[in-house]
Design a protein around this ligand. Sequence first.
Ligand code: CA
Length: 235
Amino acid sequence: MKIKDRVLIVEDESHISSFISTILTANDYDTMTARTGSEAITTITSHCPDVILLDLGLPDMDGLGILKFVREWSTCPIIVVSARNHERDKVEALDAGADDYIVKPFGTSELLARIRTAIRHTRTHLPNGDIAQSGQFHAKGLTIDYDKHQVLVDGENAHLTQNEYKLVSLLGKYAGRVLTYDFIIRQLWGPKAKNDNQILRVNMANIRRKIEKNPAQPEYIFTEIGVGYRMVDPE
Ligand code: CA
């Protein structure tokens, strides 16, 4: 018998909570619910869910507080589900350790896809916290060959520079997830790197010229305006 993944829904509005719960149950997940921040923390510490869906506006505390508390001791995937749609709210949540961010109202298939992505990332983590980075990443015509350090489009070498390759392979490693500019800069150039999005934008413009058919309408790497970049899901 397959063990079902367990999703904790932290949400104070009961109609939203039961809506999500119904979708997830129908798609073979076990669900738990919490209506307040303190209920959420009790449930998380005692049950260790596989994924947490976290509303930010809770009656007793802010969801960001829960996020920071959980991140001190757990890498359990957390997807923020919030009506707050400002860039700075998304950046703040992602930089505080959220794995993803969904804006209400959201579609069922979007929610399910984000949950699958979050679970896939925990399952591919190695014990040392790194993600295995050998073999190949495939999405449509795009291939990242981690062993040869090459990116291919329709089988042809895209001739990326070293910086461009590092950026694409980082996004491939976290495919399906939005990575903030800040996170990318720290991963590529170290914790002391200057927080300069301009360098990223220049690199991304060059990458898109090399890998996208139409750089203005990318099919591989998407921009989340004011937040960061997201690589398309692998196939
Ligand atoms: Ca709420």
